[in-house]
Design a protein around this ligand. Sequence first.
Ligand code: GTR
Length: 327
Amino acid sequence: MQRIIVYMLFIFTMAKYSFGSGQTEPEYVLKAADDHELSYPTTQGLVYMAELLHRWTGGRIRVQVYPSAQLGSEKETIRKTQQGLIDINRVNVNPVTQIAPVLKVFSLPYIFVSEEHLHKVVDGPIGVKLLGELTEYGLVGLGYYDSGQRSFYNSLRPVRSPEDLKGMRIRVQKAEIMGDIVSALGAEPFPMAFEEVYTGLQTGAIHGAENNFPSWITKGHYEVARYYTVDAHVRTPEIILFSKKIWEEINETDRKLILRAAAESVPYQRKLWREHVQQAIAKAEEAGTMIIRDIDLEPFRKATSIVYEKHGKGLEDYIESIREAVQ
Ligand code: GTR
């Protein structure tokens, strides 16, 4: 099945591209990974990048997009990107914190108060500096995509306070900091690959998870975990990574083109993201799920402040700059 999708994608890409004039043999064929399906905004962002590069180079730089975790789950693809087995990789920042602890500033609970706040940070000097820090870990950061806010959802009961989370087994991404947030709130964290969450919820191996609205909907989690509490504990963005190993083989002019294509795909992805969030909420409401807003966040903030003591060490300057960016 996966093979068929890749093949169809390839045909689709070729059909699309073969109309261009001045078609040349590709000099680079870059593999791009995403764990969402083709229609999801992040994957579409990569497809847009591929189209721009194709157009600008007449097919000399070709990007092949592999959606739906065909190249592996996030933990694996991050490692493969470091090794140069995957060229471009769109992942969420949370699992990257396992290898690049500096990125934990994005995963600290309640550090971002709104989407505008996050945009101000990722679009400004802090965002650029953090991307630059990644070279130390064999990665080149090309840019950030929107991922909205991550909140808790579960199959047992409406959650309005940390008390309500007690005793629940909550799936987390493979990132220690995310597990610690869940523990601090009194629930039991359960690290698991994204691809396994639906079955986990369905069989009762886990009682809940945490994610943005579009992931809750597109992965079908809402069918089995219908209580969604908007606590927005993190607003960890998505990140576009490039393998440093491969980057070093690419000349300066082409690097600039790749960076430009990534930058131009950002507003494109953001627009699709906004639309997707609206569609996801409408679908959830139509399906009769319970979305709980207007909760008192103070007990959540208080309980998770301990996470700053463990994971915020050495990141004080970043934390301060992020807090200052609210005004
Ligand atoms: C989504 C993100 C995915 C993956 C997933 C997860 O929001 O877009 O790449 O990180 O969360 O929870 O594993």
